[in-house]
Design a protein around this ligand. Structure first.
Ligand code: BES
Ligand code: MN
Ligand code: MN
Length: 464
């Protein structure tokens, strides 16, 4: 029988070309101007599912952007794997910093990817990784190697907080019934160190607005006598972290899970080179919460970051003005046990309370989600680990990630199943940044590894 490796060898050019076609569609969920493209991407995903062997596939309308659902049920008595992914992408901005246009995919060599990487928005996050599952299914159906049932749920609003997904879950619980959820929307440590993501951070995203005078003022006539909203906003934001870089919102850390010494020791064993880390992103030094390592700061500790800040005059030359308003978008990454709605409330209360008398402050919550941790003693984790062993020749390292996929904890609530996060991206793939790319090697390795997960999971499940 044809192994995944042989099948990939024969079909890799076709796989890459099909992915390139999908990447040409600018399915930016954040911008309503791209609505038609988002719909076109949904249609393309449906088509690819049908041609990969799904019995049925549909574009399901929601109050927001559509969700693509497809399935192949070979025997209701066999286990069912539910694959989740997203076909929407982040906006490509700042577009000037791309070395080739974000929606004109090209394969270029890099130091880390000498065999080439596909450069395009969504190449890694998540079209490329989602598409590995489509092609793995194609392998399994065409070579008669599909050992269980499979369902696909590919959404179009992940990058904007999955607003319609809960609506869809509520209405389709039976249809989505499964034994495990499989997602490739995270990363791995390096090309020779596979890892399984065992945790994701939660998120609370808010926008703040500080209002001073009822109109922009001459900064000479009024300067010094009225509160400048931009000065005030910066002062307020600066006060949100203390000298140890701990967040000052009262109650913020109350429920934070503290890891045991053993767990922290285990984390410290993961291969990590601080100098390389600094060099890759071009920083003179790292920065963060006192008494925690860089890996810990970026995974098991909560954060508060300004994502954007604006107000006043930013055009050419100088304009002497005190703006009427100043704004910022702030995200807080959360860890297990912190409830995002509670944290949003704590932030709102605190931020309003620190505003000086000369301004008014409004805090507008955007979206959020709970953190997630998955145990490593279940058969789902075991199956993923065995799959990595088959194709990398070594065990995967369990690793908590700092990113968020808020729907993962919702899945557990609605569908009562655990999620396995088998990522094939690298931190250097520049997701959300200009020049996002995905290694050709990583893409093909994903297609090769996924069928082994199905095999081991079915074996372990039917034995248990
Ligand atoms: N795929 C990412 C999340 C991710 C990337 C997790 C790498 C772990 C490792 C996802 O598409 C994403 O960008 N999520 C957003 C949250 C969402 C609510 C907008 C994030 O983490 O900022
Ligand atoms: Mn993603
Ligand atoms: Mn993303």
């Amino acid at each position: 029988m044809l192994s995944p490796k042989d099948y990939i060898e024969k079909n890799k050019d076709a796989f890459l070309n099909e992915l390139i076609e999908l990447l040409k569609i600018p399915s930016v969920s954040a911008d309503p101007a791209f609505k038609d493209d988002v719909n076109a991407a949904a249609k393309a995903v449906k088509k690819s599912l049908l041609s990969a062997g799904c019995d049925t596939a549909e574009v399901c309308e929601t109050p927001g952007l559509p969700i693509v659902y497809g399935e192949k049920i070979i025997d209701p008595k066999l286990p069912t794997v539910l694959v989740y992914g997203h076909y929407d992408v982040q906006p490509p901005d700042p577009i000037d910093l791309w070395t080739s246009p974000p929606f004109e995919p090209v394969i270029k060599k890099t130091d880390i990817h000498p065999e080439g990487a596909i450069f395009a928005r969504g190449a890694c996050d998540d079209k490329g990784q989602m598409f590995m599952h489509v092609k793995a299914l194609q392998y399994m159906t065409e070579t008669d190697n599909l050992p269980c049932n499979v369902k696909f749920m590919i959404e179009g609003e992940e990058e904007v907080g999955s607003v319609s997904l809960e609506w869809f879950l509520e209405r389709n619980q039976d249809k989505l019934e499964n034994d495990v959820i499989l997602i490739s929307d995270t990363g791995m440590i390096s090309k020779d160190t596979p890892s399984i993501t065992t945790g994701l951070r939660g998120l609370s995203y808010v926008e703040v607005e500080v209002t001073g005078p009822n109109r922009d003022l001459h900064s000479g006539l009024y300067g010094g006598a009225v509160a400048n909203p931009i000065n005030i906003l910066n002062k307020m934001i600066a006060s949100l972290q203390d000298e140890d870089n701990r967040i000052t919102v009262p109650g913020f850390y109350d429920k934070v899970e503290e890891l045991s010494k053993e767990e922290r020791q285990k984390m410290a064993e993961a291969p990590f080179d601080l100098d390389e880390y600094k060099e890759h992103i071009g920083i003179p030094d790292v920065h963060g919460e006192k008494a925690y390592s860089t890996l810990e700061r970026a995974s098991i500790r909560p954060t508060l970051d300004v994502n954007g800040i604006w107000g006043g005059y930013i055009g050419e030359g100088a304009k002497t003005v005190i703006a009427s308003k100043a704004y910022a978008k702030i995200s807080m990454r959360l860890v297990p046990n912190q409830n995002w709605e509670e944290i949003t409330e704590l932030f709102k209360k605190h931020f309003e309370s620190i505003a000086p008398a000369g301004v008014t402050v409004e805090v507008k919550p955007h979206h959020g989600g709970q953190a997630y941790v998955t145990p490593i003693d279940g058969i789902d984790y075991k199956a993923a680990d065995l799959a990595f062993k088959d194709t990398f020749g070594k065990d995967a390292i369990p690793l908590r990630s700092g990113g968020s996929i808020p729907i993962v904890s919702l899945f557990e609530g609605y569908l009562k199943s655990k999620t396995i996060l088998m990522g094939f991206g690298l931190n250097s793939d520049a997701i959300h940044s200009p020049n996002e790319h995905f290694g050709v090697w990583n893409f093909l390795k994903g297609i090769e590894t996924i069928p082994y997960f199905y095999k081991h999971f079915t074996d372990l499940k039917t034995k248990s």
